[in-house]
Design a binder for this molecule. Structure first.
Ligand code: GLV
Ligand code: MN
Ligand code: MN
Length: 419
């Protein structure tokens, strides 16, 4: 009965209102958000998150990479917390639900426990992970990555954005932004976690197509991310004959074509994207002396991803012509299968809530992949309209978001020992 009471205490209208309020920070004319990590818009969202937590009596702590944890105390405070959450940062042309849903559903789950007057043995925390998207500061899933492996911290603090601003310098501003809201405790990286559950919109079509309202995520495909620099020589577009040109765009274009050809697969499982392609100095009458492009490469099969990923460098070197090429691997994450107490709690929760559901494998990356290295972890997907995501047109229905929050609330309550 306790878990049924938790589910019944989730407030659909309240959850939707929080989404609307959160969507004001970085709102774009097309109805999405531009709230890249550690920008003023992201700081506004973080302040709002802290205020909601303070008003409900939760305790805020921040770690060395800026991950924010709002804690509802347990009756046995020394037990490792059960954590839920996702990210409030967005892609430059992002939607209102990617990341925000997981954070706000977590908050709503804690509010539901408050309303129902239910205590848990273990503390429950809602986390806002820093820089999940990785658009401004690459690589993404950075906050959870550093939490799971603190040895990455020093390198990540040095990561520059396009303008050369260090991530660490932006992060230094967070303390003074949060201080007026109330006390901010310090949180140790890699501090033990009992279990982690992340809510997220599906970002694909299967829930909508099948009419299910909940996806129980069985795993996340692995990924490799690279930055490629092609170095040629700037020269006059009107006077330089072909034999003297070291045109970085031309060499990079050959590479892009050949890479796409190499990555074609008959079953269309492999995901290969060049999302950034920049030529310098970027003037019509200057032969470009430098090109920088990104590679985002994903496939569930670790062996295939290793083989094809390792073939990127020789292929680019072979096509560089009169230019040079430098390739840096920014991230390599293995595929993850969820198992153990967290996904079992989600499976039990969908039965308690009576939600229509199916198992799903995630093509998108999420912070839960990093947390699975530390503790039993799981994800709950809800439908989004036409599967559209990483797009300002991203949309979702209040009733689907509320169903996801019910499942998350029940799973958290069970994992934390509700009484
Ligand atoms: C997350 O946004 C991803 O790129 O998978
Ligand atoms: Mn996301
Ligand atoms: Mn995203």
């Amino acid at each position: 009965m306790v878990l049924e009471r938790v589910a019944a205490s989730v407030d659909e209208a309240g959850l939707w209102k929080m989404h609307e309020e959160m969507a004001r920070f970085g709102a774009t004319p097309k109805g999405g958000v531009c709230r890249e990590a550690l920008t003023p818009e992201d700081f506004d969202a973080r302040r709002q998150f802290a205020e909601w937590g303070r008003d409900a009596g939760f305790v805020l702590a921040v770690d060395a990479i800026g991950n924010m944890f709002l804690r509802r105390e347990g009756t046995e405070p020394d037990l490792p917390p059960v954590i839920t959450g996702s990210h409030l940062d967005s892609q430059p042309t992002g939607g209102r639900f990617d990341g925000s849903f997981g954070v706000l559903a977590g908050l709503e789950a804690l509010f539901a426990l408050e309303r129902a007057g239910i205590r848990t043995r273990a503390p429950i925390e809602v986390v806002n992970w820093t820089n999940e998207e990785g658009g401004r500061f690459a690589p993404g899933v950075m906050g959870s990555g550093v939490y799971a492996d603190p040895s990455m911290l020093a390198t990540m603090l040095e990561v520059p954005d396009k303008a050369g601003t260090r991530l660490g310098d932006e992060l230094d501003r967070l303390g003074s932004i949060l201080a007026p809201v109330g006390p901010v405790g310090a949180r140790a990286l890699a501090a033990p976690v009992g279990a982690f559950i992340e809510g997220h919109i599906e970002q694909a079509l299967r829930l909508e197509e099948t009419g299910n309202s909940i996806g129980i995520v069985t795993g996340i495909q692995g990924t490799r991310k690279f930055r490629v620099e092609v170095i040629g020589e700037e020269a006059h577009a009107g006077t330089t004959p072909r034999r003297r040109r070291r045109d970085a765009v031309l060499a990079a274009a050959w590479m892009v074509q050949a890479l796409h050809r190499m990555m074609e697969d008959a079953d269309d499982l492999l995901r290969f994207t060049i999302g950034v392609f920049e030529a310098f100095p970027g003037a019509p009458s200057v032969i470009p002396g430098r090109v920088r492009f990104s590679i985002d490469f994903r496939h569930p099969d670790d062996v295939l991803r290793a083989r094809l990923g390792d073939a990127i460098r020789p292929l680019c070197e072979a096509l560089a012509g009169p230019c040079r090429v430098q390739i840096e691997e920014l991230q390599a994450a293995a595929s993850v299968d969820f198992h153990g107490a967290a996904i079992e709690a989600v499976r039990h929760a969908v039965e308690i809530v009576g939600a229509s559901h199916m198992d799903l494998y995630s093509g998108a990356g999420h912070d839960a992949r990093n947390m699975a290295r530390l503790c039993p972890s799981a994800m709950v997907f809800v439908p989004c309209e036409k599967g559209i995501s990483h797009n300002e047109a991203e949309n979702a229905k209040p009733e689907d978001l509320a169903e996801g929050a019910r499942v998350i609330a029940v799973a958290l309550a069970a994992l934390a020992g509700a009484a």
